[in-house]
Structure formats: structure tokens, C-alpha cells
Design a protein around this ligand. Structure first.
Ligand code: UDP
Ligand code: MG
Length: 317
């Protein structure tokens, strides 16, 4: 049997506190799998430094000179965000010989001991394997609630994703080539892989605590990712705006009729509170609707400019 060449893709942003440890641990994992003859000895790590401002890239350079065959990397000229870092990590693999890749976070919160299970699923013929969290134990209460709400909302709006799956996944080379054809700027990888992956397999894992450093994802980032996910995969919100408009117009018509009726029969009474309530309700709906349309307009704006999705500064091959 020909052993698959595995590439572990790791996005890194200001990870100086954990990175050395992470790289050494992942090299150990590759070594174990090579010894067990599960993967080819040509397997390697591919790190993407997402414009870090700390010593992240220095650490990567040091480890690259120590293990030139095993540690490869690129760095961005500035911070482009986690989705673009992972995207680049996958697309730039074309320079190398590989059969499949697994994306994993630099803080190793995703259990690296499960990589073997991913490879087993790949060897069984799965081109896409999702890592799914058993429990979101390390996240704050607010983050947990937001994440659950996000999955529910996404699914209701028609943008299907796998619950409790983040970016820990195995992808075959063929799917990476298909990803290359998705030219969009507002990239939402979870949605894209869900769309292209036939028959994804699942590996369950426990979330570990961050070894050191802090989360690079604020609640605002999470909110942005949610909006990006929804607007890049669903036009249902725009449809909802239209329906709300129709519904409100219908009630406005009834209100108008009743006003005419009251006028004719001289039943008019001061209706200050009703008017204020109606005006502010409709005002709120209008602003929300403009906001939703604006989100889509913003997406079109960035897509239309079609600037590069990321800019590479240095490469360590
Ligand atoms: N990350 C990145 N660019 C960013 C933010 C984060 O490449 O702008 C990386 C980060 O280094 C880590 C992964 O994305 O490898 C997930 O980030 P983090 O662990 O901070 O998120 P959390 O686990 O708290 O959701
Ligand atoms: Mg993390």
C-alpha cells in the first residue's frame, strides 16, 4: 500500500507562548504515525504566520532551520484573519507533494492524538473528515450560547454546517483543488466544505484548555464570522426583509382604512401613543432592513474589487 503524504496546516497569529511546544508535539505525532506506517515519511507541517507582531515567525524560522524537511511555512505581510490564513495554508500546498491535509489550531486545543483517527478515515476512502467537539468546555458561557445560536440560525437560513465542528478537519488533495476554484473574498470554509464534501466522516474530540496565551477570537470576531457565514451562503435574510415589508404594508393599509373610517364617523380620539409605537416599530424594521441589505452590498463591494485575498511576505520551503 502506498502511504499518504500528510500535511498539517497550522494558522498562527501571535502564538509565541505556545508555538515551539506545538510544533515539537506535532512533529512527534507525525513521527509516531510514520513509525506505525500510517503515513509517508514525506509528511510535513505547514505553518501560516498571519501577520504576527510577536516572535511567532522567528520561532518558525528557528524550527525550519532545525527541521528543514519537516517544517515549512509562509508569512503574511499583515493580519488577514483566521479564515484567510487557513485558506492560504491549503492553497499554497500546491508547491509540495501531498495527498491530504489536516488543519489544526496553533494552541492545540484540538486534540492532536486524534490525527491518527482522521488518517484511518481517509484510508477508508473519506475525502473529508470533520473534527467535532464533544463539549465546548473551555468557552465562556456567552461564547457557548452565541455558538449554539449561530449554528441554529445558519441552518434555519439554509446555510448548512456541521454542529460543533470548527476548523479541525482533514481534506483530500482533490478537495483542495476544488477549493481553488472558489474565488470569493468572503470565505467561509465550513460552508464551502459542507457544500463540496460528499459523505464526510466524523472524529469526536475533547477540547483542551489553551496551554498559554489568550484566544485571538473576540466575541466581535465571532459575530463577524457569523455574518460572513450567513451572507455568503444564504439570501434568506433579504427575502425576509421583503416579506416583512409586505406584512407591514398590509397592516398599514388596515390602519389607514380604520383612520378613514374613524374620520367619516367622527370617532377620532387622540392616538398619540399608538402613533409613536407604530412609527418607532416601523423605523426599527426599516433600519434593520437597510442594515441587512448593506451587509450584502458590502460583500458585493469587496468581491467586485477582487483584490488578492492574502499577500505572502516570506516563504520557507
Ligand atoms: N488565528 C489566525 N489569525 C487571526 C486569529 C487567529 O491565524 O487573526 C489563529 C490562531 O493563531 C489559532 C487559530 O486561528 O491557531 C484559532 O484561534 P484561537 O485559538 O485564538 O481561537 P479560539 O480557539 O479561542 O476560538
Ligand atoms: Mg484556540
Amino acid at each position: 500500500m502506498i502511504l499518504p503524504i500528510l500535511s498539517l496546516v497550522v494558522p498562527c497569529y501571535n502564538e509565541e507562548d505556545v508555538l515551539k511546544n506545538t510544533i515539537e508535539r506535532l512533529l512527534e505525532v507525525l513521527n509516531e504515525l510514520e513509525q506505525k506506517e500510517k503515513i509517508s515519511s514525506k509528511s510535513f507541517l505547514f505553518l501560516v504566520d498571519d501577520g504576527s507582531k510577536d516572535k511567532t515567525f522567528q520561532i518558525i524560522c528557528d524550527l525550519h532551520s532545525q527541521y528543514p524537511q519537516k517544517v515549512k511555512a509562509i508569512s503574511f505581510i499583515k493580519n488577514f484573519g483566521n479564515q484567510k490564513a487557513i485558506l492560504a495554508g491549503l492553497l499554497e500546498l500546491k508547491k509540495f507533494d501531498f495527498d491530504c491535509c489536516i488543519t489544526i489550531d496553533a494552541d492545540l486545543q484540538q486534540d492532536e492524538n486524534k490525527i491518527e483517527e482522521f488518517i484511518e478515515k481517509y484510508n477508508e476512502g473519506h475525502e473529508l473528515v470533520y473534527g467535532v467537539k464533544n463539549e465546548r468546555n473551555d468557552d465562556s458561557f456567552l461564547k457557548k450560547i452565541c455558538a449554539i445560536g449561530f449554528y441554529k440560525l445558519m441552518n434555519v437560513l439554509g446555510a448548512k454546517t456541521c454542529p460543533n465542528h470548527s476548523e479541525y478537519r482533514l481534506v483530500s488533495k482533490r478537495l483542495v483543488n476544488i477549493l481553488n476554484e472558489y474565488g470569493e473574498h468572503n470565505i467561509f470554509l465550513r460552508g464551502i466544505f459542507q457544500e463540496m464534501g460528499n459523505n464526510p466522516a466524523i472524529v469526536y474530540y475533547d477540547v483542551k484548555k489553551r496551554m498559554a496565551g489568550v484566544s485571538k477570537f473576540s466575541l466581535f470576531d465571532l459575530f463577524s464570522l457569523a455574518v460572513q457565514g450567513i451572507t455568503s451562503f444564504s439570501t434568506v435574510p433579504l427575502r425576509l426583509v421583503t416579506f416583512t415589508g409586505i406584512l407591514i404594508s398590509f397592516f398599514a393599509f388596515l390602519l389607514g382604512m380604520s383612520a378613514v373610517f374613524e374620520k367619516i364617523f367622527n370617532l377620532s380620539v387622540p392616538g398619540w401613543a399608538t402613533i409613536v409605537a407604530a412609527v418607532s416599530f416601523i423605523g426599527g424594521i426599516q433600519i434593520l432592513s437597510i442594515g441587512i441589505i448593506g451587509e450584502y452590498l458590502g460583500q458585493i463591494f469587496t468581491e467586485v474589487k477582487s483584490r488578492p485575498r492574502y499577500i505572502i511576505d516570506k516563504e520557507l520551503n
